[in-house]
Design a protein around this ligand. Structure first.
Ligand code: MG
Length: 384
């Protein structure tokens, strides 16, 4: 089936449109324009200096948020094409899904959420939407990137009922327990497939994860054994990369077959049918999902909670907490535009407004910028 040809795929012609009306693009489709705007944004370029698992300065070969987002997009596009979904919309959502991520990965998100506890909290997924809706300053006619509803819907993967009420049309599906379009469902799953697999690679490269332990995990052990059997002479990195390549392939084929069958069984005829389903139609089979979870738990216990990673995340948390507290106390420490934004937000919404502006600034920082600012403002010695 041609890409984007399925009746349940998103299509430019039936897009629910942009928040600010614009003339249609001359040479591109609507979702192509979204994808291009995302790639041209400041937030996108910053992803290159934001942590996935390892802080940027730990090595040049580890994934960053940028390379992670590109891997997510590659996996998403392959599956989109196989299922006849809109490939470019899928790509746009995948490339944008982490735009709101703080420096220092999940440690940064947790720290900023604690800092913002009394002011509405901080959630990186919601922040990604805030980046594309408000914070990017690139166009004369509107704030943010003015993306289509479908791309924004895909960026907002989850949302509390309280936040959903504030988000109008975009929040409705969380209140009505409806599904997003298939491209959004797919981007979400492509994210999980990408990190599970590339974190195996990064974990092994770092030496924090051992091959012998990984062989006990079904998805890795099965492909690893198959590679050694087929290529008994093969050694080193090529064994690992050949194994991971096969792991990704297997899971991608599983998603395509499972989702194809689920779409057929649900007899959906349109995006509206997709939205009114009780559960997502894009998913892994039960067996593959169980294996996926086993690997995820393994990585959680052996990589994300490895004492060396935890040591780094402790320091990262301290840097963000101190940056937030210091800037919150004295907004004159902020660069001029951010100070102005904080003053305006404060006159509109009091301290919560000031806090949100400080959080926007801190969340936008790259790892190295956060370390540099922390050092410049608060500390005589290197915190990390
Ligand atoms: Mg991600």
């Amino acid at each position: 089936m041609a890409a984007g040809a399925a009746p349940w795929a998103a299509q430019d012609a039936i897009s629910r449109g942009r928040r600010y009306r614009e003339p249609p693009p001359q040479l591109r489709g609507e979702f192509q324009r979204d994808r291009d705007r995302i790639v041209h944004s400041n937030a996108f370029r910053r992803l290159v200096y934001k942590t996935q698992v390892f802080v940027n300065h730990e090595g040049d070969l580890y994934r960053t948020r940028l390379t992670h987002s590109m891997e997510v997009a590659q996996i998403g596009r392959t599956i989109a094409q196989a299922l006849g979904l809109h490939e470019t919309l899928t790509e746009a959502i995948c490339l944008a899904h982490d735009l709101g991520h703080t420096p220092f990965g999940h440690a940064g998100q947790d720290a900023l959420n604690e800092c913002m506890w009394d002011y509405g909290g901080f959630e990186h997924n919601l922040q990604s939407l805030r980046v594309v809706d408000l914070l990017e300053e690139r166009y004369a006619d509107f704030p943010g990137l003015n993306l289509t509803f479908e791309t924004r819907e895909g960026i907002l993967k989850h949302c509390s009922a309280n936040n959903a009420r504030l988000l109008g049309e975009l929040g409705e599906r969380f209140l009505r327990r409806q599904q997003p379009g298939l491209e959004a469902q797919l981007a979400n799953l492509a994210d999980a497939i990408a990190y599970n697999n590339h974190d195996v690679d990064d974990g092994l490269r770092s030496g924090l994860v051992e091959i012998d332990a990984l062989r006990e995990v079904v998805v890795f052990g099965r492909e690893y054994a198959a590679v050694l059997e087929r290529y008994p002479q093969l050694t080193g990195r090529r064994v690992i990369h050949e194994t991971i390549r096969r792991m990704i392939n297997r899971v991608v084929v599983d998603v395509v077959n499972t989702s194809r069958a689920q779409i057929a069984a649900a007899r959906v005829r349109s995006i509206d049918d997709v939205r009114s389903q009780e559960s997502p139609l894009i998913s892994l089979s039960e067996a593959a999902y169980a294996e996926h979870l086993e690997l995820k738990r393994f990585l959680n216990a052996n990589l994300y909670r490895h004492h060396r990673v935890l040591g780094m995340t402790d320091k990262a948390r301290k840097v963000l907490r101190e940056l937030f507290a210091g800037l919150m106390r004295d907004i004159d420490l902020l660069p001029r535009e951010h100070r102005d934004a904080a003053a305006t937000a404060e006159s509109a919404a009091g301290l919560a407004g000031r806090a949100r502006a400080v959080a926007d600034y801190v969340a936008g920082m790259t790892d190295r910028y956060a370390i540099g600012e922390h050092r410049r403002l608060f500390s005589a010695d290197d915190p990390l």
